[in-house]
Design a protein around this ligand. Sequence first.
Ligand code: MRU
Length: 364
Amino acid sequence: MREAGKNIMEYDTVALDEESGEIVIIDQTRLPGRTELIRLKTAQEIWDAIYLLKVRGAPAIGVTAALGLYILCKDLETDDFAEFLEKLRKEKDYLDSSRPTAVNLSWALKRMEAVAVKAGAEGKSVSEVKELLHREALRIREEDIEVCRRIGEYGLELVKPGDGILTHCNAGKLATVKYGTATAPIYLGQEKGYHFRVYADETRPLLQGARLTAYELASSGVDVTLICDNMSASVMSGGLIDAVFVGCDRVAANGDTANKIGTSVVAAVAKLYGVPVYICAPTSTIDLNTPTGADIVIEQRAPEEVTEMWYRERMAPEGVKVYNPAFDVTDHELIAGIVTEYGVARAPYTESLANIIRIGGSSN
Ligand code: MRU
C-alpha cells in the first residue's frame, strides 16, 4: 500500500530488488485508488503481470522483460553454456509471447540474448554470463531515463508556454522508468514554468488516461483536464489544443504508428482542425523490419474489458459480440513528427527514421 504522504511519482514503476532477486512493480490495475507494490519472481508471474497490464506501456514492458529474463536465468543450475543458452531462449520466447504489439518487449529480450551469445562466443563462464545479463538489464532500465529526458527536450521545442496539449492513453512515467515519452515535454516544461494546459483522453476500455495519466499529471502539479474519448473534436474545434503528444508501441519503417486504440481517431480529428500530432518514440520502439502499419500485429483482448470492467454491473447485453483491439495504426500522413532521443523525424519517414536509427546505432 501507499506510504503515508508519498506521491505516486516517488515510486519506481519497475525496479529490481537485488537482495531477494525479485522485480517490484506498482500494480497499475489498482491505480489510482490503491498503490500496491507487487513482487514478481517466476516466469508465470512476470508473464501475467505484463498480460494483465499490471505493468504496461511499451518501455516499462521492455524493462520488466529484461529484468525478468535476468532473474529467471540467474538461478539456472548448469555450467554448460549451450544448455544455459537453450534455457535462456525458452524463457525469452515465453516472456515475448505475453503481448504482441509493443516492439520494446522483443527488443529488450533480443538485447539480453545477444549479450549472452557474445559472451558465450568469447568463452565466458556461465556465472560470468549471468553477471553480464544482470548489468545489461540494469542498463536497459537506466538508459530509459536518459532517453525519455531527451525526447522531452526535443518535444519541448515544438510547443510554447501556455499551450494546450492533448494526450491519449498513458505514455507517462507509469509507462516508463521516469518522465514518460509523451509526458516528457510536459514535465520538462513544468520545470521551466511553461504552464501547459493538458487534456487527457480517458482512453476506453481500460481507462489508462483517466486512471493513470490524469493521476500522475495532477500529482505532479500539472494543469490537467480529463475528457472522454469522444470529445477530441469538441476541444480541438474550440481552439483549446495546440498540439497532440502521444506515445507508441511500434513505429513501422514508413512512419505508420501503432498506439493505444483511439489514437488514430484523435489524429484524424487533429488533421481536420490543423493541430499537429507528434508521436513520442524512443528508437527502441522503431521497427524497421516492419515495413508498414498493415504489418503490425494488433493485440486483441478479452470482451469483458469492454462489457463489464470498471462498471459496477455489467453494462452490455449478455452474449453481445465484442470487437476489442488494444491498438490502432495511425497513418504516417497524419503525423507531423516522430520525436525520438536523437531528434524529430519528419516526412518522408522511410528516410528520416532509417537515418535516426543509423545515428543511434540501434539494433532495430
Ligand atoms: O495497453 P497499454 O496500456 O500497454 O498501452 C500503452 C500505450 O499505448 C502507450 O501509449 C505506449 O505503450 C507508449 S508508452 C511510453
